[in-house]
Ligand binder design. Sequence first.
Ligand code: KIV
Ligand code: ZN
Length: 535
Amino acid sequence: MSVVSATAANSTGSAPGSQPERVVIFDTTLRDGEQSPGASMNHEEKLRIARVLEEMGVDIIEAGFPIASNGDFEAVREVGRIIKRSTVAGLARAQRRDIERCAEALEFAERKRIHTFISTSPLHMKFKLQMQPDQVLLAVSESVAIARNLCDDVEWSAEDGSRTEHDFLCRCVEAAIKAGATTINIPDTVGYGVPEEYGALFAMVRNRVPNIDRAVLSVHCHNDLGLAVANTLAGVGQGARQIECTINGLGERAGNAALEEIVMALRTRHDLLPYTTGINTEIITRASRLVSKITGFVVQPNKAIVGANAFAHESGIHQDGMLKHPGTYEIMTPASVGLVRDSADRGGLVMGKHSGRNAFRTRLRDLGYALDETVVSESFRRFKELADQKECIYDEDLIALVEDQIGHAEGHINFVSLRVFADSWRRPLAELTLKIGDEEVSGTESGNGAIDAIFNATKKLCKSEARLSLYQVKAVTGGSDSQAEVMVGLVDGNLNVVGTGFDCDTLFASCRAYVHALNKLIIKRQGTAPPSLSA
Ligand code: KIV
Ligand code: ZN
């Protein structure tokens, strides 16, 4: 993938017959996405997401906010170390220590960017920053100059840019470019803008800022009014050539503009939106599922592009039309977003009891999983167990097995065995054995139901006070012998995690998910609480 360098944003689209213009995709799932309450990810999970983003062809991956915590610092550092094709960015407030910490985190990145920001709207300057406009303007020049001394690629953002007075915004943008910023981002931080107005802001900046041709203009839209994607496209229509977005639209409050929606809109309506991206759209579904699984943020079924119903046709009239010509009700193909139709629906038995290790490994590779041998071995062992319990093994089953294996590797707490007693006459009992560190511990607890008993036993053995914030069960495939995918969310003080567990038995899957969440809490506790984004 070629990484697009800073080029002048000097057009509002392609002239008829000319080459379509390339827009840069800046993904901030690991930074703005991770800021959504409850969507935190651990180190390994961030690396997994970063790898998929790189594979997908994202130009810039914003990997975190290094000053926020040691965990964020280490994540940015490691993403910088492993990612080779995408540029890796870190966020910093307009303060020397933030910017230096960010540069330190990016030390090993082959392509790096420092992204520094400060609020510019009257409301934010007065109440949040308690600074005068002249002080903010000075901070813009100083912070960008510090960053530019440490990195050739510097992005400056006017936080709450869409609610900033135009004269002041233009002065700040000009100062940032003069100090060395190569990308200028004007966020709609609170999702207040409407498309015409947000687009016009870009036209205004391009018309009024004398040195604007020396920087790439960027859009960054939040979705509080459900307009993030529309605003993004309006900004691009008026000359922005970088789009900031997240997978599944993850992000603060109502989220950010969704990468998959923007990219597919550009691709599907290329007739009216003549811009290209470097995104391999066939990886979208995998990326979406990974982010959803890691964060525990379920994608709504009717969500555009990646919702479970996005390509489903229920009504007879639609099904009839689809059989005659897929174009009747599909404006893009499921394959174009990497959606392999549910293999159970296709009647496609992909693997069976007698399938060998090689076929297993090859099938996983086809599904996008290039795994090391230890993961393959353990997943293969569980696949054989599953094949004894379940007649048909589908792609979805294999994905579940591998995801479980990757997610649960090297936990401090490990599930050993479980027995549940439940009938119509007594309170259910759960008899549980776990391995905690090197020690095996067992205990029996009762509960209002079988799940409650299991969770009580787990809490007791692990001496956990964490509060359950999410419990969700989903069938991996059709059929009552399907594996269950369980998500368990736990909150402990200001820490928030989501664990997953898979098993043909929902009770076992629930226990595994609870143990997984507890392991994530242990890892999380080693980090520190992030400061707010206020300067
Ligand atoms: O929404 C916003 O303004 C941001 C900035 C930090 C870029 O996320
Ligand atoms: Zn944001």
